[in-house]
Design a protein around this ligand. Sequence first.
Ligand SMILES: Cc1cc2nc3c(=O)[nH]c(=O)nc-3n(C[C@H](O)[C@H](O)[C@H](O)COP(=O)(O)O)c2cc1C
Length: 331
Amino acid sequence: MIFERLQIRNVLIKPAHILAPMAGITDTVFRRFIKRLGGCGLIMTEFVSSEGMLRHNLKSQRYLYYTEEERPITAQIFGADPDHLAEAARMIEDLGFDLIDLNLGCPAKKVVKCGGSGLLRDLPLLERILRKIRSAVTIPFTIKIRIGWSDQEIVAVPVARMAEDCGVEAIAVHGRTRMQGYSGRANWSVIAEVKASVRIPVIGNGDVFTPRDAEALHAQTGVDGVMIGRAAPTNPWIFQQMAEYFRTGSYREPTESDRYQLIRQYYAMLVEEEMPGALGKMKQFASWFTHGVRNGSELRRSVQSAMSPREVLERVDAFFLGTACTVSRAD
Ligand SMILES: Cc1cc2nc3c(=O)[nH]c(=O)nc-3n(C[C@H](O)[C@H](O)[C@H](O)COP(=O)(O)O)c2cc1C
């Protein structure tokens, strides 16, 4: 069975389906929500600034909050100062994370000046950073890269080889360049070249939206694991669907009732945990999630005009209980 398991030193990732780090999305509530649905073997924090961590910035501390239920869990950091990154890495280890990941993919202008995909243009500095982080921590160390800065500067293979030489223990490759942003298609051929050029596990990422996409990614690249980003908030069942598909050759589509239970569960978690920014997150999630729902635009409108998280919950209940009489409340 493909993507059945992946071992990164002492960390077993089973199945080898990984939730991609996504700033503003993969907070502790979303990660637990995905974990509870099943089929996801590893989750990661949103990226956290090493500079912010050293300043004990509140936001960074919030991003690094996790619960035992989330294990195994990776903390992802970014930055460009080797000593500061090493110090931040030690803090990550002290916080009890299972793995540490360095972000080498973020395309945002303000990030590339101080890390992210900007480091793909300065390999000598990147090598210093990798060695510093490696010697600062004992937990497994991974990196997540884009394939290069632009079509003229594809560096995924040399970066992967260098990373392996520096003691990096796995590499996730998003098959796009920095200049591409999220446009065009992810280039899986470069992911295949990376896989063929290193011995450490390679995790493929980019444009996997269905279990069949994951199967095709495996067939075309031979990667050891699959990482899912944008599909997760629109179809949080994707991890479970992949597990079912690889086991049986087919998978179940969610029913209207499943959709209701799911949106309600996520919202209830946000309300109960008094997540900062819960109302915004609920509205954001509603705009992605309601696309598969019958009369979804009505639900979207209703959620968008709510004034508090509790009001959103009430509106979701009113919508589903009013339109789908077969649905029964979970609580
Ligand atoms: C809203 C958003 C936030 C993201 N934040 C991060 C991040 O914090 N760290 C990171 O390495 N990648 C980040 N990414 C990139 C994803 O992890 C992933 O590489 C990319 O979305 C491609 O995978 P996909 O086609 O499955 O979405 C982000 C992507 C999105 C859409």
